[in-house]
Structure formats: structure tokens, C-alpha cells
Design a protein around this ligand. Structure first.
Ligand code: PRX
Length: 654
């Protein structure tokens, strides 16, 4: 790669964990991490078995790992119950009466469920599921707002061995239908509605549409929780009310034991092609992975108030709102609504009100907060925070610094956690008491994770040389397959380095001289401009470091001479206006931060009012690429946050 790029990519600011934090952390120095990491890579099975022992097993496993690439079985012969591990296990201790869930609804209603209460509700709802004919191995769609009942539904499924597939409440009827048909779900658990920016999302109505006209035939039962009190249709013989059903059951539901490899859940995620794929996770390995990472990476303590802002519809919600924290007996905060409702200070208000100590959120949210202005966090006391986390995309150093200074008051370590739906648990992240951080890098692999950056031939890349991020050894929380499609599973993740049995992440990355991993982004988002590889996120980072810029998305367009050219869609901060001078300045900024080869033509800086995003907050790059290339917008755009943005983007330069 071009020397110019390299020299500009190096981030030199290093933030060491504060001594006070390190002193009480589980891993408290870089040397301790190095030593344990090396040992864990020499013998991953030993490390993971040690972590698995912390869980409650009915039968101890006979073999830690049975690995026939690409198929893994972890803790073979062991039996356990995930719900028992998240609930019953804490009842014989002072945790019994501690808050398991602190919940805030968007309109301002609040609930606290202690471990005792959550256990009771889960047991009762498990009996409801059984009463309604659900059995071990059956698939259930959970389509709920972010309310405690979503967690209750998930844990009740786990308790009786049913396989949940949570569908994010922002997805459409068609998405529900596709998922039902793909996994053959026999039941849907939903609510009448949920709140978002003051409006009611008609969840039950979407379910009705998904099932209408004999579609999604496998579904025989719909259980409806009353949340929003909006008017809904109840289909006789198919739909039942949650609260009515709960009247018929008692709270006695002993946990059954399930094989370690019993499926726990299916979660659908988008690939670069085709329809979303059902990522299958199983019980023992998944729980080991999320429990261990929660403990070490979030440094969870009994007095923490931990808040992961993700929805349970995403893997982050599964692993770090539900299973990881509850397996550790933590107190977890849930908030139903939008971060800027009714005002852009809602998050900070919640933090102050509940005394949140750990906050785990996404860079996209952080960038929105920056845009809204510092006055909103300044209104509230954020001094309870002791640790911050990010996930989902590369965090640009400016956002990192803002998070560090404005939210963390300069005292909180930031764990930039890299992982995927497929990996189940965090794979690369600082350990907050041990790892020196540089803004923008997820730093080092977690124990037992053999992550490397390799070239096409599988040779490890040099320092600062970009390549494919691969995982060379299996890990317990890895996906087991794509539900119903083993061939796609093999092809998608295991065909690049088939003979070695390595997992391809689909991400590009580089390692710096200190061994830190810098995730460039999806390989499909890496541009090749005149033979030079450019990470779109690096260009975006350069752009947002300009004072006028709020957010930027960079994609490639075909170019006759260079192969590809850089196109930058840019939104500006309040009070800023797009102009030819600003275009020039931004081009220079890119040139300055990365190198002249990344410099776009001025016409390719395109000012936009907002960037098109999926409801999970990801920038829709495919769409931008098509707009940038001047081709028609095709395919499924139903996940757009705001349809009007599409039109505006297409016409903005006219
Ligand atoms: O490209 C990486 C990016 O998000 C992808 C995984 O997306 P998903 O399965 O939806 O899971 C998101 C939450 C775990 C990855 O392939 N990604 C995730 N975390 C980071 C990241 N990119 C850079 N830095 C991260 N910390």
C-alpha cells in the first residue's frame, strides 16, 4: 500500500487505563493479558473449559471440542439450561432481590424486575408456551417492542428448549413472513404495539399481514402482549392474549436439561447477496462465550448498572442485553424508544436517573449525539459512568474522542468491541483494565480467539498491510450453521481457506506495530482506486474530522481510468451550508488525512440532508453506490428509515 496512506493512518494517541480502574479489574496489565492470551491460544480448549465451568451444568461434558471443519461441537455430552443459568442460579444468593431489569418505556413508564420476579415471570410464561403446545425444538418468532416481556419470552423459550428467532420490531410484515417460512415457526409472540418517537408501531397488524391469505402456514398460534392499547384484530382460534394465558398457569416450571449443542436461537442477518440468512447458535458454547466476554470486557460487578442500548432484535441485544449480563447476575437497563425522544437528551437523562455505570452503544448513535450538540449531555450528571463501549462499525477517532471526553469525562475506558452475528460474542476488544487504547482500533483479540489478518493466499500480512480478517481456530459461541442451508454456510464462511479450516469474517483489517487490529469494514466496502486499496471508513473519518461535517458515507463508482473513484455523501452540522469552497476544503482534507490518491473529484462530494439508513442505523451503502453510479435503485428498500431521503439524494444536485 502507498506509503502516504500508511503514514496518515497511524493514530498516535494512546490512552492507558486509569490506575484506579486497573487496580480492581480482573485483568490489570498488558503483561497479564499477553501471558494469558498466549496460553489461551496454545490451548484454547483449556481456557474455554475453565470458563464453561463457571456455568451451571446438569451433566459435565465428556469432550470439550469435536471439530470436523467447518462443523464444531462444544462441550460434547454436557447438559444445561440457559434460562436456569440466567435466573435460578442467582436465587440462592443476595442477588435474588437485586434488579435484573430496569426498564424505561418511551412514554416514561418504568418497571423494575428483580431476579426473583423475572424468574417467576419466565416460569409462568414457560407454562403458557407449553399450554399452547410448544415443544422442545419448535421455532418461535418473537416480534416485540423493547419491553421486559421480550426478554421473558426469550428466556421462556430457552427454558423449555424451544428455539427463538427474534425479529426486530422495525422489520416489515414481509420480513416476518420470510423468516417464518425459512425456519418453519409454529408460533409468534408479539404485542399490540410499541412506541417509537411518540407513535405506535402496529406490531400485531404487521403479524396479521404476514399471516394473511394463508401465508406462513406453519404458524398456528399468536400470543399477544398488551402494551400500547391500540385497537387490534384478534383472530379466533389463532390469537390469544398474554395476560389471559398467564391466569391459567402457575409459577412452577423446573428447568429441563438440554444437550450443550441444543439450538438456542436463530437470528437472521443480511449477507452481501440474497435473502437474510438464519444464523444458528447453540446452548453451551454460546452461553460460555457471552458470559466470559461480559465478565472480562465489561468488567461486570454486582453494583454495576449496565446499559446496552441495542434492541433484542439484534445479536448485540441477545448477547449483551440478555444472556451475557443475566448469566453474570448483573442489573441491565432497557429503554424502549428513540434516543432523541422527546428531546435529544433522553439517554443522558436515563443515565443520570438510574445511575448507569456502564454504557454500550453504537458509533452511529455517538455521531448523532455530536451533531445534536454538547448542551444535551451537559444538562445531566454522568459521573456514575465508569466504562463505555461501542459496537457495530468502526468508530472514527473524532467520535471516540468525543465519547471519551464529553460522555466519559476523560476517566472511562472505552471498549471498542469487534464481532458479528455469526461470532455470537465479542472477538476483538480492549480489556478495560489492561489494554492501552488508540481511538479507532478494537485493539486485541479476546482469550482463545486466534484472529489474524491474511492475504488472499493465507499468508499473514505485514504490519499495517491490509488483508482479510480470519479466525483460525474454532470458538464456543461460533455459529453452527445457516439454518436449513449447510452449503451456503460452508461457502459463505469457510471456502476461502478451506484446507486450513479458517473462518472468513468478510471484514478487511490491518494490524499496527503494537498488534492492534484496525477494522477497515466489510470487504465489499473497500475501494480499489487506481490499484490502491482505500477503506471507506478511513475517508469518512477524514471528512468528519472537518468542523463542518456531521456524518459522511463513502462509496465507489466505476471510473474508466482508475477502476473506481471515491464518492462522498456528506451531511453538515447545524448552521453549515454546502458550497464549492467547502467541497474544495473537504477534498483537501481527505488528501491531507490519507493521501492524494484518495482525493475525490470535487463533483463527487455530494451534500445530503441525511444519509439513508436501515432501521438498525446502518448506512445503506448499496443504495448509495447505486445512486453514485447513476444506476436505478433496485431490490428491497423496505428497511429505509426515511423513504423521502432516497428521492432527495437522487435529485439534490439538480
Ligand atoms: O463489519 C463489521 C462490523 O459489523 C459487522 C457485523 O455486523 P453484525 O453481524 O450486524 O453485528 C454487529 C454487532 C456485533 C462486522 O463484520 N463491526 C462490528 N463491530 C465493529 C465492526 N466494525 C468495526 N469495529 C467494530 N467494533
Amino acid at each position: 500500500m502507498n506509503q502516504n496512506i500508511e503514514s496518515h493512518l497511524i493514530e498516535n494517541r494512546v490512552f492507558k487505563p486509569a490506575k484506579s480502574f486497573a487496580k480492581r479489574a480482573r485483568i490489570s496489565s498488558p503483561a497479564e493479558y499477553e501471558e494469558l492470551y498466549k496460553a489461551s491460544i496454545r490451548n484454547p480448549e483449556k481456557f474455554w473449559a475453565g470458563e464453561a465451568k463457571e456455568l451451571l451444568w446438569h451433566k459435565r461434558w465428556k469432550t470439550v471440542l469435536d471439530w470436523k471443519p467447518p462443523f464444531a461441537k462444544w462441550f460434547v455430552g454436557g447438559t444445561l439450561n440457559a434460562s436456569e443459568n440466567c435466573l435460578d442460579r442467582h436465587l440462592d444468593s443476595p442477588r435474588k432481590n437485586k434488579a435484573a431489569i430496569i426498564w424505561e418505556g418511551e412514554p416514561g413508564d418504568q418497571r423494575v424486575l428483580t431476579y426473583h420476579q423475572l424468574h417467576r415471570e419466565v416460569c409462568r410464561f414457560s407454562n403458557v408456551l407449553k399450554r399452547n403446545g410448544l415443544k422442545k425444538g419448535d421455532r418461535v418468532i418473537v416480534y416485540m417492542p423493547l419491553i421486559p416481556e421480550a426478554v421473558i419470552a426469550m428466556l421462556a423459550c430457552a427454558r423449555i428448549g424451544a428455539v427463538h428467532s427474534v425479529v426486530f420490531g422495525g422489520f416489515s410484515a414481509e420480513a416476518i413472513r420470510d423468516r417464518v417460512n425459512d425456519c418453519g415457526a409454529t408460533m409468534i409472540i408479539t404485542a399490540d404495539g410499541g412506541y417509537r418517537r411518540g407513535a405506535i408501531i402496529p406490531l400485531k397488524q404487521n403479524v396479521d399481514h404476514a399471516l394473511q391469505g394463508g401465508n406462513a402456514k406453519s404458524v398456528g398460534r399468536v400470543i399477544v402482549f398488551r402494551r400500547a392499547h391500540n385497537e387490534i384484530h384478534i383472530e379466533e382460534g389463532r390469537d390469544v392474549w398474554w395476560h389471559r394465558e398467564m391466569e391459567y398457569v402457575d409459577a412452577n416450571c423446573p428447568p429441563e436439561e438440554f444437550d450443550s449443542e441444543h439450538p438456542l436461537f436463530i437470528l437472521y442477518t443480511s449477507g452481501s447477496t440474497g435473502k437474510p440468512k438464519g444464523i444458528l447458535h447453540t446452548t453451551g458454547g454460546y452461553l460460555t462465550g457471552v458470559s466470559a466476554t461480559s465478565k472480562y470486557i465489561f468488567d461486570l460487578r454486582d453494583d454495576d448498572i449496565y446499559w446496552c442500548t441495542a434492541d433484542v432484535g439484534w445479536i448485540t441485544g441477545h448477547s449483551y442485553l440478555v444472556y451475557g449480563p443475566l448469566a453474570n447476575g448483573a442489573t441491565t437497563v432497557m429503554y424502549e424508544g428513540a434516543p432523541n425522544w422527546p428531546e435529544p437528551d433522553r439517554f443522558w437523562k436515563i443515565i443520570a436517573q438510574f445511575g448507569v455505570t456502564i454504557l454500550y452503544t453504537a458509533p452511529t448513535a455517538i455521531r448523532a449525539f455530536i451533531k445534536w450538540g454538547n448542551e444535551y449531555p451537559a444538562r445531566h450528571d454522568l459521573s456514575t459512568l465508569r466504562l463505555l463501549g461501542t459496537v457495530g462499525e468502526p468508530i472514527n477517532p473524532e467520535a471516540w474522542m468525543w465519547y471519551h471526553k464529553v460522555i466519559g469525562g476523560g476517566r472511562c475506558p472505552i471498549v471498542d468491541t469487534w464481532w458479528q452475528t455469526e461470532t455470537g460474542a465479542i472477538m476483538i476488544s480492549p480489556l478495560p483494565g489492561a489494554t492501552p487504547c488508540k481511538p479507532g482500533t478494537a485493539t486485541r483479540p479476546f482469550f482463545g480467539i486466534d484472529a489474524v489478518v491474511v492475504d488472499e493466499a493465507g499468508h499473514e500480512c505485514d504490519v499495517d498491510e491490509g488483508g482479510k480478517l480470519v479466525i483460525r481456530k474454532p470458538w464456543p459461541s461460533m455459529l453452527r450453521t445457516i439454518y436449513g442451508d449447510k452449503e451456503r454456510f460452508k461457502k459463505q464462511y469457510w471456502s476461502d481457506f478451506k484446507s486450513q479450516g479458517w473462518y472468513t469474517t468478510g471484514d478487511g483489517a490491518r494490524r499496527d506495530k503494537d498488534g492492534n487490529f484496525w477494522i477497515v469494514g466489510r470487504i465489499d466496502d473497500v475501494l480499489n482506486v487506481a490499484g490502491h486499496r482505500l477503506g471507506t471508513s478511513e475517508i469518512e473519518s477524514a471528512l468528519v474530522s472537518h468542523e463542518a461535517v456531521a456524518e459522511a458515507a463513502v462509496v465507489g463508482r466505476p471510473d474508466e481510468i482508475k477502476g473506481q473513484a471515491v464518492v462522498a455523501f456528506v451531511t453538515l452540522k447545524e448552521g453549515q451550508e454546502g458550497s464549492p469552497t467547502l467541497r474544495k476544503a473537504l477534498c483537501s482534507q481527505i488528501s491531507h488525512a490519507i493521501g492524494p490518491i484518495a482525493r475525490p473529484e470535487e463533483k463527487d462530494i455530494r451534500f445530503a440532508e441525511a444519509l439513508p439508513k436501515t432501521r438498525s442505523g446502518k448506512i445503506m451503502r448499496r443504495l448509495l453506490k447505486e445512486i453514485a453510479s447513476g444506476t436505478e435503485v433496485r431490490g428491497d428498500t423496505t428497511t429505509l428509515e426515511d423513504f423521502s431521503i432516497l428521492t432527495r439524494l437522487r435529485h439534490m444536485d439538480e
